[in-house]
Design a protein around this ligand. Structure first.
Ligand code: GDP
Length: 314
């Protein structure tokens, strides 16, 4: 089947499946909507961690072990900053720094984040369109055992240690989805919407919190398929299951499915979770969902597309 596939993604987990989808789909058939709730201003620079992870992953520049930043990075800037007594809790490699400086320059010249991101991905030779969830500022904040925290304070400075009690996507209510995303969702030729295996609270729900997004996805004619970021009660990386427990939810794939059950046609879970009960109206697909190499990413992408095409045929 052909047609455009729209993927919703955060950083690490999302980018893994996005890479697989980009390798099995034709040029121009994949559009990614990336979370910008993690964005922040640091050292006067506009930083978009999830967009950058998507960009670096698709450009083949990502560091495979760290999960952020570029491979073969050098750290002269950080060393010099430390010597000057500047803040070093958020690490910026020398080549990575160039991206933030250039994005900040283009934004200061009055460009929208979507236009800047599109120019950067073309410069890096990425064929897949990467769109921010909105051009308006949205900032994820967390109420925790340490009080209200900005996302990067929680995630990087405090290493996700505080207990999370509540989340707020500041600015989301006044934000607008990108018109091209709404057009795509209304397009009869849309093949599928794929919710990547990303943190529900920190990556997917900020996207769905943009007014109009959730309804546009619910009303689109294309099948909506999500992949669980939780395997046998564990997150592969990051605080997903820790946060689920702290928020009083079960740390399970099933609890993730319940967050978007109203949108989903199919939910892809790991073989380890094959016994899970699917929410009503959601078809369960089991697969090996741990992506350790490129072949895993491609295989899972093919399973997700087959699940979507099967739903479209029903
Ligand atoms: P972040 O924005 O960088 O935190 O990244 P995401 O929100 O996109 O991804 C974090 C989620 O990805 C975590 O819940 C992980 O469990 C999940 N994840 C990472 N690698 C994999 C994988 O290989 N398979 C699956 N199913 N989930 C993964």
């Amino acid at each position: 089947m052909t047609g455009t596939v729209l993927a919703l993604a955060g950083g690490v987990g999302g980018a893994k499946l996005v890479l697989g989808l980009s390798r099995v789909l034709g040029a121009g058939e994949l559009v990614v909507v990336g979370n910008t709730g993690d964005d922040f201003s640091h050292l006067g620079l506009a930083i978009s961690p999830d967009l950058d992870t998507l960009l670096y992953t698709l450009a083949g520049l990502a560091d495979p072990s760290r999960g952020w930043g570029r491979e073969n990075e050098t750290w002269k800037f950080m060393e010099a900053l430390e010597q000057l007594g500047g803040p070093t809790w958020f690490r910026l490699g020398d080549a990575d720094l160039a991206l933030h400086v250039e994005r900040t320059r283009q934004l200061a010249a009055g460009e929208k984040l979507s236009a800047v991101t599109d120019r950067l991905r073309k410069q890096l030779g990425v064929a897949t369109r990467i769109l921010p969830m909105t051009d308006n500022p949205v900032r994820t904040r967390l109420r925790t055992s340490h009080g209200w925290l900005d996302f990067q304070d929680y995630f990087v400075r405090l290493r996700c240690e505080p207990v999370v009690q509540e989340l707020n996507y500041v600015g989301a209510e006044a934000a607008r989805p990108l018109p091209e995303v709404l057009d795509l969702l209304a397009d009869e030729k849309l093949r599928a919407v794929v919710t990547c295996p990303s943190n529900p609270f920190l990556s997917i729900e900020p996207i769905l919190a943009i007014p109009g997004m959730r309804t546009a996805i619910a009303n689109c004619r294309a099948p909506v398929v999500a992949v669980s970021p939780v395997i046998a009660g564990q997150a592969v990386k990051g605080p997903t299951t820790k946060m689920m427990r702290e928020l009083g939810l079960a740390a399970s794939a099933s609890a993730v499915a319940c967050r978007y059950a109203d949108l989903l046609d199919a939910f892809v879970v790991d073989e380890a979770d094959a016994a899970m009960a699917a929410p009503e109206g959601v078809r369960l697909v089991t697969a090996r969902t741990l992506m350790t190499c490129l072949a895993d990413r491609r295989r899972l992408a093919q399973i997700v597309l087959a699940a979507a095409d099967a739903e479209a045929d029903r």
